[in-house]
Design a binder for this molecule. Sequence first.
Ligand SMILES: Nc1ncnc2c1ncn2[C@@H]1O[C@H](COP(=O)(O)OP(=O)(O)OP(=O)(O)O)[C@@H](O)[C@H]1O
Length: 577
Amino acid sequence: MNLPEMVRRHRVLLISGLVMGLAGAAAKLAQPWMLGRLIEAVGRDASIAGPIAFMALFLLVDAGLGAGHAYTIGRAGENIVFDARRVLGARLLRSRIPHFSRLEHGDVFARTVSDTSIACLTIAQALAQTVTSVLMVGGGIVLMARLDWRLLLATVGCLGLASGGALLLARRMRIAALRNREDIGAFGSGLQRVLGALTTVKASRAEERETEELTRLAARARRSGIRVTGFGSLLNPAINVGTQLSLAVVVCWGMARVATGSLSAADLTAFVMYLFYLVTPLVLLFVSIGQIQQGRAAVRRVTELGAIPQEEEASGQPARLPECDPVARWTSAIRFESVGFAYREHAPVLRGVSFTLPCRGLTAIVGASGAGKTTMFQLIERFHQPDSGTIRVAGRDIADLRLAELRSLVGYVEQDSPLLRGTIRENLTYAHPEAAPVDIARALRLAGLGGFVADLPDGLDTELGERGAGLSGGQRQRLAIARTLLQRPAVILLDEVTAHLDSDTEAALRDAMAEAARECAVLAIAHRLSTIVRADRIIVMEEGHVRAVGTHRELMESDEVYRRLAGLQFATGKAPV
Ligand SMILES: Nc1ncnc2c1ncn2[C@@H]1O[C@H](COP(=O)(O)OP(=O)(O)OP(=O)(O)O)[C@@H](O)[C@H]1O
């Protein structure tokens, strides 16, 4: 993400806006000069038509170009904001999971939504404003020097003092603005944190505590916001005091010199008019410098977020590999070869994990909580990279597969089955938007949702709320399973999908898994014995390594840990065998 590059992309619009602004400023600068000439013409009793016509022309040109300048620069600014949001959105979606999961989502939101707008708009507008103001101030000073350099020295002396103070204020304002952007981000994160778990907040009667916390964060943002406003509001008066002072000096001294005849009334009038004209651009110049400082703070935040490490492109056409068959290129759906993995500075989660899954059949993974089962799935999806060893899908090292290829070969149903706001159909066809109605009906039937969806008044077009609100936990899970079945992958990973289901639905889902396992490899993390005993093979995980592999009968005979796990299931009566 390169903001200067984005600004460069819109240089034509920016430069046109700047040229209009500069031409408008030149037309403005010409007006006091013409006024001086008008007063001279009146004094000489000469024709005033020419100076009046020129003044009117400059006035119109100034007004027209001023409007054109504001519109063009504003438009360029919006274009840059659009580019920044588009690129940032895409980079966030392609970011690497370990890096993304370290971010605070509210802060990501603040950076993507409001910092982009502040960064780009203020930079575009304030930069343009600075350039035109510099021309106005510089041009005004040159013309004033031509009228009377002594009066100019007095003016510069008074304004110089004020400008020094204003520059100091602008520096302080930048620091305050950066803090304010961070405080706004922290408030966004706080809000996101509680809104994402609103029912938990209510059930824990934590509304008051959380309201206090939100108020504390909002108060912090208010305090730093007020500091920014405070420095901003001192900028104008600092310049105004300078101009008022110089005006008083110029008028008093100038009048005295007009009285002695060392300065003409026309030149004094033009000089005073320049002084008035100087005030606005001078104030704008410092306001723009202040805005640029604020914008720089936002640019830093946007650039930081844009630098998030990226995965390679994962969207695109699904991969098509030759059918799994002993004489084809691949015979195992998944193969772990001495895989080791640790989350950053943490202790290893997987240690030398090795196993092979054939192309078809249901494999259950069992093990105590925290044994590393979900981590294995996340490694297969390449959300994380193993520290050692090799993982093969369809016979190929996943490190050599394109992500789009890998993720179309593997269907993943996560533990909490996330759904998106939208219709049931949109959720169902999310991984396969072109799915035919007959395939949709089959996937729904296999997941045991056919009757439920048919009974809904809007059927597949029923709208779901945030994260699939409107469906029960089990229905959400089955919809996620139907989505994966529709994708027809070579491998299906199911992470505790039967956890939310009643016995009838679980039985239906077991049939669905069995049917899917006839066409592809199904790897299911399971806690229910009823699912486990029907698996073609069971992998027993213990503290990050594979302890045993076998059928239920074999493991009951040979593995003590498995016997204990199975015994617990019998004891709690969670599922019948
Ligand atoms: N993002 C992470 N950062 C650091 N440690 C993590 C992260 N995710 C998981 N872990 C740790 O890795 C270990 C294995 O977690 P994992 O989710 O793979 O276990 P699991 O066997 O699937 O457990 P469960 O059956 O409870 O879902 C746990 O000790 C967990 O605390």
